[in-house]
Design a protein around this ligand. Sequence first.
Ligand code: KIV
Length: 252
Amino acid sequence: MITAYDEPSARYVDAAGADIILVGDSLANVVLGQSDTLHVTVDQMCHHVRAVSTAKPKAHVVADMPWLSYHVSPSESVRNAGSLIRAGAQSVKLEGGHVRRDVVRALLDAEIPVMGHMGLTPQSVLAFGGFKVQGKTREAAKLLVEDALLLQQEGIYALVIEGVPSAVGTSMTEALDIPTIGIGAGPDTDGQVLVFHDLLGLTSRSPAKFVRQYADVGGVITTALSAFARDVRNGAFPNESETYTNPEELLN
Ligand code: KIV
């Protein structure tokens, strides 16, 4: 699974053969420049889901339900998830464990498939007192496994496990029948997910420990833009082949 937020990123992720495109609320960080994901709304998510879906990807498109879109009531959650589906998502993802039981049930009653997300859930940054690795004690790890089993029983179709020691990622994966997708959860989860901009070297923030940067696309962009600026300043752009020919009558 790889995130995407617009038509070009969705096209590239799809061409790379990813099984799932996540329109993540990491939109807030990597596209909108916010320091956390609490500042993104359902309308903003829908705007980007719509852009991703115009790429008509073969990959499954799952959209993050942003903070507060599923915390008030199950009925409000269904309406918000419905907006994401109408914008082009095929399922929604939400963060949290047993406290989300009623919401998961309501969404499934409305025929909306749900992916779970547990561990270092970024929407809990204030409650956690920062972006802190979760499940570090035997008791905390046990609660994560129990919560995962409970939401599996409710009917989530897959689970993202983020920011936990690898032994916890392994235990959760072994305990569940549904696929797990890890991000900072060690090598034993069924799948892995990374944020598009982190993977390609397009962010200014220092990457988390779990990020592997596969390219320096940011460096390529800066080199290309600088070359354009230089060519404009010294008159090298545009050249004759980049210029429309003047019709005879304009020259006389
Ligand atoms: O929003 C996001 O990009 C995510 C991934 C980090 C799993 O939820």
